[in-house]
Design a protein around this ligand. Structure first.
Ligand code: GAP
Length: 536
């Protein structure tokens, strides 16, 4: 698999991803998608919407599903009523612990710092580094500087323990921070809410504070009743939404994997409480299969069921779909999507106010008039089945995916280097992105072999016919071999070339990106041939 450096360099060079505001030095945790990146991400989101919502058959039972069900979608705002976040728990509970380094002035997420106890020259320290594939090497460098050791005297250093989280330590007096030269420079951990704050209105005061949504899910919960009342859907029903979410991450890192602005693709699936365990299993398996069908290999993808201790108090099951990203140590995986059984927690909270573990409304902050400052909406968000007349608060299964993490995983998975003949027939190393044709940013490139003899005219005609259906690229510059290489790096599955023979018999060649095989086809059949392969 490619290294992260190769991926990052290709993304910048070919216009998949750029650092946000790069000409001003960049903005940490924010990323822009370039001309190829936007098409790739759009295709991934489009595939998700098509497969989950538009192509879903509401009438017939799907393979593996417990019963027929319906799917629909919404698009809610990025800023919601502040009470939404109080009832959802984000206002009080959506935080990370962070520590600051008084010496380096850097800030770290507590759970992202690991360390080992080491001794040398009569000194002892808990030597730390930030979690990542460089952590072990970084710890060794820190230890060498702190204990004043040279490479040849490294055997004077004794590691007393394996790597463990800084969060396991109760005090930091003997801790050497990831970028510090002295011990005891880390502050005690503090809570930090991850929601971005903003103010509504020109005269806005404290009471007008609002938050950018940290997930798209709550926009669905607060619209559940609207969707049911305005449509004729019966449960089970899935409501999908995709869009931006914002989290003020303490340590954004690993390219787009942990960003401060990102896109989610979420489904809240509402069903009868007694059927929810079966639906949980269905969605877990269905979502896993979606990534496999679009080309992620099963060796790098895994489904991990959470241990009992990891589950939220309201959840009877959660699983993560995880990918072995190249920035992780061998054997480690990063989350692409979580599938959670959320019970009736969300709808009940929006009805009654934030709940404790026994589902009793929690004590709430009192206003100056002595009345609670906030509570649930007080609206009845339960569901009455029009056929059985049964009334209940639906249980929810939530498959929640990140569009940026999926895009990064598809790029990592597609990246290959292999040997292919160059324009002189010599074998050379080529970089090729083997995207599934459905998500490839450019579906086909059209070339005239040379820029004369009527070839450009015929090639442009084919280009325009294809362009009406999908993203196609026309190129008449440089040797044809070089043009093929550029398309390989962009992940374009098919290159169509108009040559001398084309003008005589109205045929063209089509070159396959992966097998490098070329076939000859009548020009009139090109649109149908390509469409069949890229629009599956
Ligand atoms: N509504 C549930 C929810 O938001 P989550 O696990 O916090 O659950 C779901 O987020 C998905 O959103 C993650 O699996 C991941 O793909 C994506 N995601 C979360 N935080 C992210 C971040 N800081 N940067 C990029 N993607 C993120």
């Amino acid at each position: 698999m490619a290294s992260m450096d190769q991926i990052v360099s290709l993304c910048k060079r070919r216009g998949f991803l750029f650092q946000s505001s790069e000409i001003y030095g960049g903005l940490n945790g924010f990323w822009d998608y370039g001309p190829l990146g936007i098409e790739l991400k759009r295709n991934i989101k489009e595939a998700w919407w098509q497969d989950m919502v538009l192509r879903h058959d509401d009438l017939n039972q799907q393979p593996g599903s417990p019963a027929p069900y319906s799917m629909t979608g919404i698009d809610s705002t990025l800023i919601l009523h502040p009470q939404v976040w109080k009832c959802s728990g984000h206002y009080d509970l959506f935080h990370d612990f962070m520590v600051d380094c008084r010496e380096s002035k850097k800030r770290y997420r507590l759970d992202q710092v690991v360390g080992r106890w080491g001794t040398a020259k009569g000194k002892r320290a808990f030597v730390t580094a930030q979690v990542g594939d460089e952590a072990a090497a970084q710890m060794e460098r820190q230890a060498m500087k702190f204990f004043n050791l040279r490479a040849k005297s490294l055997d004077e250093l004794t590691w007393e323990s394996d790597s463990q989280s800084l969060a396991d330590l109760s005090e930091f007096t003997e801790v050497l921070g990831p970028d510090a030269k002295n011990l005891d420079t880390l502050t005690t951990p503090r809570e930090f809410n991850l929601m971005f704050k903003t103010t509504i209105g020109a005269l806005g005061g404290e009471d007008d504070t609002a938050f950018l949504r940290p997930e798209t899910a709550q926009g669905i919960f607060v619209n559940f009743k609207n969707v049911i009342d305005s449509t004729r859907y019966r449960l089970p029903l899935g409501i999908a939404q995709m869009g931006k979410s914002f989290r003020n991450e303490i340590t954004p890192r690993n390219f787009t994997f942990r960003s401060r602005e990102f896109e989610q693709m979420e489904i809240e699936f509402f069903c009868h409480p007694q059927e929810s365990a079966d639906w949980y299993r269905y969605w877990r398996d269905r979502r896993m299969q979606w990534y496999l069908d679009l080309g992620i290999s099963s060796e790098r993808l895994r489904l991990r069921e959470h241990e009992e201790a990891e589950l939220s108090h309201y959840s009877t099951g959660t699983a993560d779909i995880e990918y072995a990203f190249p920035f992780l140590e061998p054997g480690e995986y990063g989350e692409l999507e979580g599938i959670a059984h959320r019970g009736d927690f969300d709808l009940r909270s929006h009805m009654e106010g934030k709940l404790d573990e026994k589902r009793r409304p929690l004590e709430v902050e009192l206003g100056e008039d002595g009345k609670p400052k906030w509570r649930g909406s007080g609206k009845d968000l339960s569901y009455r089945d029009e056929i059985t007349n049964e009334k209940y608060i639906p249980h929810v299964i939530e498959p929640s995916a990140g569009a940026d993490r999926a895009t990064l995983a598809f790029i990592c998975e597609a990246y290959h280097e292999d040997q292919a003949p160059d324009e002189d027939g010599k074998m050379q190393t080529r970089t090729v992105l083997r995207f599934h044709p459905r998500i490839a940013p450019i579906k086909a490139a059209v070339f005239p072999l040379v820029k004369k003899d009527g070839m450009p005219e015929m090639a442009k005609e084919i280009y325009l016919a294809l362009k009406r259906r999908f993203n196609v690229f026309y190129d008449e510059k440089a040797a044809v071999g070089r043009r093929y290489r550029r398309q390989d790096e962009a992940g374009t599955p098919y290159c169509i070339t108009v040559d001398g023979q084309s003008l005589q018999d109205q045929t063209v060649t089509i070159r396959d990106r992966d097998s490098l095989e070329q076939i000859r086809l009548p020009a009139s059949e090109v649109v149908a041939w390509i469409s069949e392969r890229v629009m599956q």
